[in-house]
Design a protein around this ligand. Structure first.
Ligand code: C2E
Ligand code: MG
Ligand code: MG
Length: 550
């Protein structure tokens, strides 16, 4: 496109007070006006290339396609999702256009009415915040309980009150008070998942129903809500920091009617306020005990990072024919001053949910690289050490740069470092994932899929992503003797890796029979208790010096 056209288009897109969007034929976003960017709360660069249906709810698209084909344009109404994940009805005009020789679509969109007008027409909504009001909330709560009963899940009822709200209202004026309530509503909504509901119950009280997918979900969501309110509130150049109290009751443990569960959550919230606020409390003492243990664990983990209580153990990967050590997996251990050695299964999940996995993962990577470089310099032979990377860590925007910096600082050749990731990490924005994986490969790292065969994702990613290694999950190896179908799966994975020219490593081999089966199937590299348990660095070093496990 000539520069002048480009400039003209940009000027047009950004001067309009309507929401403007240009999409390609595959529905991916090519251009967006500044008004639309503000509405969805995204930067232009982050938006380009993403499918437009992340933001436009395209239902009944057939009529639209017909009109476009016949007349080159379409008019109608669509729901748009804003930065707070509210859906707002828009009048839309859609045109077929050609941009730089490519057939595209230009979307011109204008909200049908303001959120307040919407609320006026529909009394189930709260006038000030546009959130559901108590009536609609009760309905949704009953619905969530019905669904959960079917799936045998629990539902948490959260009741949130802003600490000292009347003081804010009296001291800073009603305008500020209203602003705080509106903003609170939006922030809370933004922190919840689509499957959860929120309502303003009146005054400064906001209630949520949260479908719990794990026993700690209630706590995880509650902490997220409290964090969302920690940012200062600002109006007319004035800043205010506030805190809130949350009470929680759980269906079906605490009761089975929405009315009762809401009252219980409110009572727990009031109790929380009386004991100083800025915190949360469960209605039942049993859940409080659970929450307390979790908070203790999180605090202990924070301390563990500061006081460097972590260690790495190393488990050899062995060539089945020669018994030679061809690699090792670095596995974290937590040397707790009172509890003794804590296994990763007990703290990695909590670290992932609380955001502590970032610094922990970075430490693991740095320590594994430093240690391996020391062995290499000591002439112990070059072994590739693999490091596990958790999903939240992988999703950090600059993770490739972080790893590059750690490698450079350690002086370890990149080919002696492998990342172990799980299949669950390979869903979401596939382009971004692919870009990161290529980034790691460009550095020279190997990439293994850990626990292969247990994830849900499709196999097609194996050809799309630049993966070097498959690690057969230990569940398949463990069951070999008793279960013919797991043996078949193990066999199939080995065949698959050969067909795709990938390395394959079997995890969890414990017996001579396991080794025999794997050797027969052509899996030459094995990691398991049969050869060695994970060992402290000094003990692994002795083994490495010998070169073989025996
Ligand atoms: P993983 O990455 O699949 O690691 C292999 C686990 O299998 C290790 O458990 C290892 O001790 C165990 N294992 C190996 N051979 C055998 C065997 O023959 N029999 C049996 N029963 N088990 C065997 P570990 O060290 O407790 O680690 C558990 C999980 O914790 C790891 O599974 C990994 O997902 C996670 N993890 C460990 N270290 C880290 C770390 O530094 N960062 C992250 N993000 N996750 C880690
Ligand atoms: Mg692993
Ligand atoms: Mg594994």
């Amino acid at each position: 496109m000539p520069a002048s056209t480009n400039t003209l288009l940009t000027a047009l897109l950004n001067s309009s007070s309507e929401h403007l969007l240009v999409t390609a034929e595959d529905h991916r976003i090519r251009e967006a006006g500044s008004c639309f960017l503000r509405f969805v709360g995204e930067e232009r660069e982050a938006l380009l290339g993403r499918p437009c249906y992340e933001f436009l709810l395209l239902e009944g698209g057939a009529a639209m396609e017909q009109a476009l084909a016949a007349e080159g344009s379409w008019q109608g109404q669509l729901l748009l999702r804003d930065r707070y994940r509210n859906t707002v009805l828009h009048t839309v005009t859609l045109h077929s256009v050609v941009l730089a020789g490519e057939p595209c679509r230009l979307w011109i969109m204008r909200p049908v009415d303001s959120p307040v007008e919407v609320a006026e027409r529909r009394p189930q909504y709260d006038l000030l915040t546009g959130l559901p009001s108590r009536v609609l909330f009760m309905d949704r709560a009953e619905q969530a309980m019905l669904n959960s009963r079917r799936h045998r899940q629990s539902v948490a009822f959260l009741s949130l009150g802003i600490d000292g709200f009347s003081r804010i209202n009296d001291g800073l004026g009603h305008e500020f008070g209203d602003h705080v309530l509106k903003e609170t509503g939006q922030r809370l909504k933004g922190a919840l998942r689509n499957s959860d509901s929120i309502a303003r119950m009146g005054g400064d009280q906001f209630d949520c129903v949260v479908v719990m997918t794990s026993p700690d979900d209630g706590v995880v969501v509650t902490e997220k809500l409290l964090r969302a309110l920690k940012q200062p509130f600002r109006l007319n150049g004035q800043d205010l920091t506030l805190t809130a109290s949350i009470g929680i009751s759980v269906f079906p443990a605490d009761g089975d009617s929405a009315d009762i569960l809401i009252k219980q959550a409110e009572s727990a919230m009031r109790h929380c306020k009386h004991t100083g606020g800025d915190s949360y409390q469960f209605f039942s003492s049993e859940m409080n005990e659970r929450a307390r243990r979790r908070i203790d664990l999180e605090n202990a983990l924070r301390q563990a990072i500061e006081q460097q209580q972590f260690l790495l153990y190393y488990q050899p990967k062995v060539d089945v024919r020669s018994g030679a050590i061809v690699g090792a997996e670095a596995l974290i251990r937590w040397q707790h001053p009172e509890r003794g050695m804590v296994q990763p299964g007990e703290f990695i999940p909590v670290a992932e949910e609380s955001g502590l996995i970032g610094p922990i993962g970075a430490w693991v990577m740095r320590e594994a690289c430093r240690q391996n470089r020391t062995w290499l310099k000591g002439g112990l032979g070059a072994v590739c050490v693999s490091v596990n990377m958790a999903a939240p860590q992988f999703r950090e925007r600059d993770i490739v740069a972080q790893v590059a910096a750690i490698l450079a600082e350690s002086g370890l050749p990149a080919k002696l470092l492998e990342l172990e990731i799980t299949e669950g990490l390979l869903i979401g924005d596939l382009d971004a994932i692919e870009e990161k994986l290529h980034g790691f490969r460009r550095l020279g790292l190997k990439i293994a899929i850990d626990d292969f065969g247990t994830g849900y994702s499709s196999l097609s990613y194996l050809s799309r992503f630049p993966i070097t290694t498959l690690k057969i999950d230990r569940a398949f190896i463990h069951d070999l003797e008793n279960n013919r179908s797991t043996a078949e799966i193990a066999r199939a994975i080995i065949g698959l890796s050969r067909g795709l020219d990938l390395e394959v490593v079997a995890e969890g081999a414990e017996t001579a029979e396991h080794i025999q089966f794997l050797t027969e199937q052509g899996c030459g590299t094995v990691q398991g208790f049969f050869y060695s348990r994970p060992l402290p660095a000094a003990e692994f070093e002795v083994m490495l010096r010998r070169g073989t496990v025996r």
